[in-house]
Design a protein around this ligand. Structure first.
Ligand code: DC
Length: 218
């Protein structure tokens, strides 16, 4: 079974996908983490994330894999565990550029589809219900107002010890939304058969309960 959860940055997809997967007793696949691994590879090699040839180089010469036998899953770039480095703001600010490139998207989509053969998953991302798993049994599009999303991200980054202003964060999120939803290939979009969930006025547990009820109504 595949449960697809798509939506913009800061909508709470990761926390919700994580809790929902535990409730359903299946695995959680974080597709954004795979894009982040390629972004980390490019940033660490001092390459240009907006250059198609630089990104082709990265895809050709990097191995990215995930270990879903543990919770939370671990991600590896060239066999080295990446840990929380992929969540740093220096990577967040580049990853939307990385995710534009066809070579990157092809590699990630193949990775996700291959992995899905092993287990049942709650998969979170931007194009999961629309492109990666169009036949997913359940599809949700999770969103929230820009203010609510920025506040959530601000709290997360502050507790990770990152120094960033709230205004800067709002700008970053708006820029990422714009890049993610206007790119040519597989833009952020609500699949026609996905259920829209606006979490602006809901807490995490309320959203998880709501999704669980839609998946298992009895
Ligand atoms: O969910 P996230 O913030 O970790 O995702 C990081 C970036 O990866 C996001 O800005 C867009 C890209 N992404 C994507 O294009 N398609 C996906 N299925 C998942 C993420």
């Amino acid at each position: 079974m595949i449960v697809a959860i798509d939506g913009p940055a800061g909508a709470g997809k990761s926390t919700i996908a994580n809790k929902l997967s535990q409730m359903l007793n299946i695995h959680h696949m974080d597709s954004g983490a795979i894009y982040r691994c390629y972004a980390l590879a490019a940033v660490e090699a001092n390459l240009d994330t907006q250059s198609p040839s630089d990104m082709q180089n990265i895809v050709k010469n990097s191995s990215v894999r995930a270990d879903y036998s543990v919770t939370p899953a671990k991600f590896f770039l060239n066999n080295k565990e990446v840990g929380e480095t992929i969540r740093e703001n220096r990577i967040s600010s580049q990853v939307s550029f990385v995710a534009i490139h066809k070579c990157v998207r092809d590699a990630v989509v193949e990775n996700l589809r291959e992995t899905s053969k092993e287990h049942n998953f709650v998969v979170e991302g931007r194009d999961i219900g629309s492109v990666v798993f169009p036949n997913a049994e359940h599809k949700f599009f999770l969103t929230a107002s820009i203010e609510v999303r920025a506040k959530r991200r601000f709290r997360d980054l502050q507790s990770a010890g990152e120094d960033i202003s709230f205004e800067q964060l709002c700008e970053d999120i708006e820029r990422r939304d714009h890049i993610d939803s206007t790119r040519d290939i597989a833009p952020l979009t609500q699949a026609s058969d996905a259920q829209l969930v606006d979490s602006s006025n809901m807490n995490i547990d309320e959203v998880v309960k709501h999704l669980n009820q839609m998946i298992s109504p009895l």
